[in-house]
Each structure stands twice: as C-alpha cells, then as structure tokens.
Design a protein around this ligand. Structure first.
Ligand SMILES: *Cc1c(COP(=O)(O)O)cnc(C)c1O
Length: 835
C-alpha cells in the first residue's frame, strides 16, 4: 500500500527517541534500517543475504516493537503513578487483523520504514503481506473490540483488553468446487513478533471439585471451593499503540497451561503417561476459537474457556488493585469492567466469589462493589444466540459459582416480589434460572442484575432491547439501560486501508480528521467542486482496479472496473440475507438474457463471508453463490453481470474490498442486526448504502439524509406484524413472476450440475417458513436495486452522494463511542503519556 495521507502530522518524537537508548529506537529511516539489520542478525540469526521474506518480516516487526517498548513502559508507569481508574474490557474475541502496518501508521513511521526497506532492496508492501491476520474473533463483535482498543489508546485512556490467546483463530476458508472447506488457522506457526509472555504473572484457575461450608472464627459461614483440578493461565501481552501519541496500552491474552503441582502429583505416583495426557486436557482450553457468530452451541469446553479467561483477568485486576490499596470499598473508583456480550458474564459470580469467599467481605457490600464495577453490552436480540448453561454442567464445573448464582437470584427475586407482589409470572420471566425440562442459567440475566449499566449497540437495537428482550428489567431498572452506537477506527478503516482517499481528503481539509472524524464535515463544501468530484472518482476507480487485480489471483474472474461494485461482506447468516442478494442476481441475469435492453450498466457483485462449519444452510448459500457466479461470469460479455465469492473474508481482505465498493449491501431483516459496523466502514470509504431500517443503518440514513441512502423493506415493527398475521411466503412466490422463475431455476439444479437436488433445502426453507422474510422484501429490494443503477448513471449526482456519505461519517468513529463509554459508564479520565 502507498503511504497514508496524514503523514504531514507526525508524532512529536519522529526523528529521535525520547528515551536514553543511544538512538536505538529512532524513527528515521537510517536508524530503522540499522535496527532492522540488527534483528535479522541477532534475533533471526541470519546473514542478510540468506534471510527469507519471513525473517525480514519478523526483523522489521521486532524493530517496530522496540519503538513501542519505551512508550509501553512509560504508559504503564504513568497509570501506576497517577493511580488512575482503569477500564478493563473483557472479550472472548479480538479480531485484530494485521499489526505491522497499523503500528507503523500509528507511530508515524510508515514513510521511514518504506525508505529503510527500499535502501536494503525490500518492498515494504510485500513484507506487510507476510503477516497472518490475528483472527481471534468471528465478526463484528470481535472487530468492535479491536477498534475500541485502538480508540482507547489514541484518546489516551487507561484501558486494557483481556481475552484468550487461541492457538487457532477463526478457520481459514478455501473454496473447493464451490464449497467452503475449513482449514485450521495456524497463525502462530511461524511465531508472533508482537506478544511478550509473562510467566511470572501466571494465575491458577480451579475447575470441578466441591464446596465445603464451615463456620468462621467470627461465627460467620465460610465457603471453601476445594479439590477438582487446577489449570494455569499464562498471560501474553500485545502492545496497542495510540495514533501519533505516546500511549501504548496492553491487550492481555491468557493461554492455558497444565499446572505443575498437578503434573508432579501424578508423576510422583509413577503415572507419567497419565500426567502427560492430563496436561493436554488442560491445554485444550485455549486451543481454538468457537467459529459460531450469534449462535450458542452449548459446549462444555466453551464454558471452560469463558470461566478460564474471566477468572485469570479478575485475579489480575484484583492483584493490581492490591499493589497499592487495601480497602475494597474503593475498588469501583479504580476499576471498571465491561462485559462484551454475555461470554464473560460469569465474571459477576467470580468477583463475588473473590470478595466474599477469599476477601471475607460481607455479601451486601460485595454486591454493591460488583454492581458498581460491571457494565454489560448486549450484542444480539436473536434467541438462538442467548447464552444459557445447564445447571447440571455448572454444578459439576463451577459448583461454588452455581451456589453464588442461586444466592444472587434469591435476593434479586425477593426484590422483584416486593416491587411487584403477586406477579409469579414476572418472577418466572426474570429469574436467573430457567425452569423446564432442564434447569438452565440465563447468562444475560446474570449480567443485567450484576451491572450498573446495560447498553445496546445502536439506537434501534437499544429500543428493541428495552421493549422486546428485557422489558421487565428495563421497567425495574430504567436508569441502567443506555445506548452506545458502535463505531469503527478511522485509522485502520480509512487512513490505512484507503491511502488514496486519505490523501485527497487531507489535501482539502488537512490531516486532523484522523483523530477528529467530525472534521470530515468540511468535505461537504467540496462536494460542489467538480474538480474534487473528479478526483474522488479517480480514487474509487484506482481502488477498483487494485481490487480487480487482487481478486483475479483468487478466483477465475477479472472484475470490470467500470462496473458498479456491489458489495456484501459479513458473516454468512440467514438473517443477513445473502440469499436475497443472490436471488436478485439470478433475476437480473434471466432478464438480461431475455432482453439485453434491460442492461443499463455493467455490475459486479462481490461477496465475502465465512459460514459456521456446522451451519448447513449457510454453507449451501456459499455453494449457491459460487454456482451463480460460474453461470453468470461465463456470460458476462453479453449481460455485463459478474459475480465473485472472495474466499477467506477477514480483516485484511476487508481492507482491500471496502475502498473499492460503490454499493454497500446492508440488507438484514429489520430488527435482527444489532448494529453492524461493516456498514460504517463502507460509508466512510464512499459507498452508498442499500439497506433496511436495521441496526445502525437507521442512524446512517439519518446522518446522510434519505436522498443519499437507498432504503427498502419492512420495518422491525412491520416484520413482527407480518409474522403475527400469519406470513405465507408461498403467496409471494406466486405473486412475483421473476422471483418465482429465479427460485424455480435454483431449485431445478441449474446452478449445481453435480447434484440437481442440492438447493432443495434452501428453496424449501424459503417457501415453507422464510423466518427472515426474504420473499416478503424481495419486490422492494429489486425495485431499489433498479433505482441504484439509474442513480449511478448520473455520475456527478452519484459522486456528490458518495462525498456526503464520507462527510457525515464522523459520528461513526469508535473514538466517539469510546468517549461515551468512558464518560457515561466507566467514569475514567484521559491520561496522556508525556513524550
Ligand atoms: C467489520 C467486520 C465485520 C462486521 O461486519 P458486519 O457487516 O457489520 O457484520 C465482520 N468481519 C470482518 C472481517 C470485519 O472487518
């Protein structure tokens, strides 16, 4: 990639190191080069001449890490000395992507690194491609966590991320004969230059065992969780650099290790073999990320993962607090803990266990501390994503936590009873325990009662959360509910991924937008300047050429850069309705074949999506898109239509596709997408949204105005009403000729010559239930697609719309989101690190 635009604004310590290290970490090209060559020799143990591209990637990364290290220790010291309140973000997922380019950008060292590499005959762009994505997440939720870390550091907030160091992140997706094939993501195979292991800070974590109840010397009851087995969490720290400042925060990821004592016990008993086998048992905990997005599979190992990283993190937070405090009543003044969805919700019970059982704090006091510390972010309204764990599993794995949850529940339900006497039904609905065939613990209810703040991630989502998902809680605790509309970091999602647009923007409004995205408003005036519009189009065109070149190396198609690039990139899920997009393409193709005069403009439909390996209909949809692509692309000369399924959608691929998009498909069934963040990235890069009134689409449309947004489909309320009235998808099929023809063609096996019945389950699911109202929204979608193509014909008006979209994307910066969390939930202060 070319140099990022805001290079005119360099950090203060650009050309010399601020620490007394004899110039070891200077950021000019010549000290970068020296440092790089040193690492080739002393860290990789190679002659430069025999070093591989991978050696060079590692050497440059280590040179960059050296430049982070000094800021890193100064940041830690600053927070410690000022004894600031910190925000701890607990997330089972971090979808970070690549780090080298982003670190170079944030350190303001991209130019000098490129020059240093040129001097030794290396192309930096190629080196950057050596880095595997850190794919420790499924999709939006994990990427949000990554954007938040970037914003925390950039704004100088004392914030820290905690999570799991999965040995295998989200699987690698290959496309074989049109089908998704999963491969293990061996991201650590060649080593990770960014992390530092800190074995001295390892934490023991107990599983299984039993609870002993005693009477303490003070006459009060004491519970002791004993026996079972112990696993050790070993922290690996990754530096998170702020943009053009001196802050470097920490992401601490826990890896599971067998505990030594436990091994020795068996070893000394002469059972060497078993001791090694059991070691494996412990270490599987951090082995692999569960590849489900917005779906709970309910696997025991998953609950182990959750408790493992939460217990390690809380022990670490408490240890840090106790370094210079003794009184736990002050704990909420020094720590805020945010739960990223319910995955870490067991933290509520764990902190109670630590405070009550270990620190011997009275229940009521421990409970008010706990509530003051925790905040909970809800990420989905989908029933199948709601985490509920069988009480029997809890009892076996975490016996003390189950007792604590029952106690929390009893006290909570007593409150409900006092507030709403004689309402047994309400008590049943609000209980942390779901009664039924199998007793289950409702993790969302645990998170809600244990937190002082409960937030949704877009205005509509928060409304629906209050109204439909947690109405009893919202009426009992209205003050706890609030909205924090998601955002994305403008550093990765504009400055880094779209250097051409960045440069153009900076040439008109200066470089300040990268840390104050509202400044993009200044572009609106330029939307009226024909020269600016032309330059804007040239940027988009060049980005489309780049993408076309990239995609032809992945799939057998060369996208026409004159085509409208229509993009749907996100996890494959029925509610996201990739099928709606696919069926519409079939209707376009049939129409174009029949009557070429219907072809107004060449169009390229670009998909990227991973399907959960066990999600049959989602995988079938991928096969269908590839089947459609094969047919449509063979015919592109006459229809002007092209379709491509870009394999292995991930952060680094998003960085290539988004700058080249003309149309952003955000077509989920209204009321089902909590927020979306892909929609924001695409808007920021000048794509126009074709979308439903769902998630943050609502706020995007409000920001840009209806004339700059392509709206279609039922509203969330209409979706509910339609289902209540007894929705009959077959009526839609019967009423719309083109829809019927397309579905018939798909069902006939035309797009699956290897198995004519292949798509029967897909078509049947649509005709018989169509839970996501694909057919109900089809006519509205198709009509809006026609409007899109017509609008594209007015080049100047289209460009104006794109520019207005960019200009009004400011509110979707994760800097705005993080300021709101910091001020309204965490109550933490910006604490800049002195240069
Ligand atoms: C932003 C992002 C997502 C989220 O996309 P949505 O369209 O909001 O679902 C998922 N995966 C990757 C790699 C992303 O960068």
């Amino acid at each position: 990639m070319a140099s990022p635009a805001p290079s005119s604004q360099q950090p203060r310590s650009t050309t010399s190191s601020s620490s007394d290290d004899g110039g070891r970490t200077g950021s000019d090209a010549s000290s970068m080069r020296r440092s790089f060559l040193d690492h080739v020799r002393y860290s990789r143990g190679k002659n430069y001449e025999t070093s591989t591209a991978h050696d060079r990637f590692m050497a440059l990364s280590l040179a960059v890490r050296d430049r982070l290290a000094d800021r890193w220790v100064r940041t830690a010291r600053t927070y410690y000395e000022k004894d600031v309140k910190r925000a701890y973000y607990l997330s089972a997922e971090y979808l970070l992507g690549r780090a080298l380019g982003n670190n170079l950008l944030n350190l303001g060292m991209h130019e000098s690194a490129a020059e240093a590499m040129r001097e030794v005959g290396v192309d930096l762009t190629n080196l950057l491609e050596m880095e595997p994505d850190a794919g420790l997440g499924n999709g939006g939720l994990g990427r949000l966590a990554a954007c938040f870390l970037d914003s925390l550091a950039t704004l100088g907030y004392p914030g820290m991320g905690y999570g799991i160091r999965y040995e295998f992140g989200i699987f690698t997706q290959d496309i074989v004969d049109g089908y998704q094939v999963e491969r293990a993501d061996e991201w650590l195979k060649f080593g990770n230059p960014w992390e530092i292991v800190r074995p001295e800070k390892a934490v023991p974590v107990r599983f299984f065992g039993r609870v002993e109840h005693h009477q303490g010397p003070d006459g009060k009851p004491i519970a002791r969780w004993v026996g079972g087995k112990t696993v050790v969490g070993v922290p690996y720290d990754t530096p998170i650099a702020g943009y053009h400042n001196d802050t470097v925060n920490t992401l601490r990821l826990w890896q599971a290790r067998a505990s030594e004592e436990f091994d020795l016990l068996l070893f000394n008993a002469g059972d060497y073999e078993r001791s090694v086998v059991e070691k494996n048992d412990s270490e599987v905990i951090s082995k692999v990320l569960y590849p489900n997005d917005a779906f709970q599979a309910g696997k025991e190992l998953r609950l182990k993962q959750q408790y493992f990283f939460v217990a390690c993190s809380i022990a670490d937070i408490v240890r840090r607090y106790l370094k210079n405090h003794t009184d736990f009543r002050e704990f909420p003044k020094k720590a805020a803990i945010q739960l990223n969805d319910t995955h870490p919700a067991i933290g509520v019970a764990e902190l109670m266990r630590v405070l009550v059982d270990e620190k011997r704090i009275a229940w009521d006091e421990a409970w008010s501390i706990t509530q003051a510390v925790f905040g909970y972010t809800n990420h989905t309204l989908l029933a199948e994503a709601m985490e509920k764990w069988p009480a029997t599993l809890f009892e076996r794995l975490l016996p003390r936590h189950l007792e604590l949850i029952y106690e929390i529940n009893q006290r909570f339900l007593r409150q409900v009873q006092i507030r709403y006497p004689y309402d047994q039904e309400k008590m049943r609905r609000m209980s942390l325990v779901e009664e039924g065939q199998e007793k289950k613990i409702r993790m969302a209810h645990l998170a809600v009662v244990g937190s002082h703040s409960i937030n949704g991630v877009a205005a509509l989502h928060t409304d629906l959360l209050r109204r439909d998902v947690l109405p009893d809680f919202a009426s009992m605790f209205p003050e706890r509910f609030n909205n924090k509309t998601n955002g994305v970091t403008p550093r990765r999602w504009l400055a880094w991924c779209n250097p051409r647009l960045s440069k153009l923007i900076t040439s008109r409004i200066g470089a300040g937008w990268a840390t104050d995205l509202d400044k993009l408003r200044g572009l609106e005036a330029h939307a009226e300047d024909p020269a600016f519009r032309k330059a804007f189009r040239e940027v988009k065109r060049a980005n489309k050429e780049d993408l076309s070149r990239h995609i032809k190396d992945l799939r057998p198609v060369t996208l026409n850069p004159d085509a409208i690039f229509d993009v749907q990139i996100k996890r494959l899920h029925e509610y996201k309705r990739q099928l709606l997009d696919a069926i519409h393409i079939v209707t376009l193709w049939m129409r174009a074949r029949r009557d070429p005069s219907t072809i107004i403009h060449p169009r390229a439909f670009i998909f990227g999506a991973k399907a959960a390996p066990g999600y049959h209909l989602a995988k079938l949809t991928i096969r269908l898109i590839n089947g459609i692509a094969e047919v449509v692309n063979s015919d592109a000369g006459t229809t002007g239509l092209q379709v491509v399924f870009a394999p292995n959608y991930r952060v680094s691929l998003a960085e290539r596709i988004i700058p080249a998009a003309d149309v952003s498909e955000q077509i989920s069934t209204a009321g089902m997408e909590a927020s979306g963040t892909g929609n924001m990235k695409l808007m920021l890069n000048g794509a126009l949204t074709l979308g439903t009134l769902d998630g943050a689409n609502v706020e995007i449309r409000e920001a840009v105005g209806d004339e700059n947004f392509f709206l279609f489909g039922l509203t969330a309320d209409e979706v509910i009403a339609r289902k209540r009235a007894g929705y009959r998808p077959r009526d839609e099929y019967n009423q719309h000729l083109e829809l019927r023809e397309a579905l018939d063609l798909i069902a006939s096996g035309f797009f699956s010559p290897e198995d004519r019945a292949l798509y029967k389950p897909l078509v049947e699911s649509l005709l018989e239930e169509d839970r996501y109202l694909v057919l109900a929204d089809f006519a509205s979608y198709a009509a809006k697609q026609e409007e899109v193509v017509r609008a594209y014909q007015d080049t100047e008006a289209w460009t104006r719309k794109c520019i207005i979209n960019v200009a009004r994307a400011g509110i979707f910066s994760s800097d705005r989101t993080i300021k709101q969390y910091a001020e309204e939930i965490w109550r933490i202060q910006q604490t800049p690190v002195e240069p």
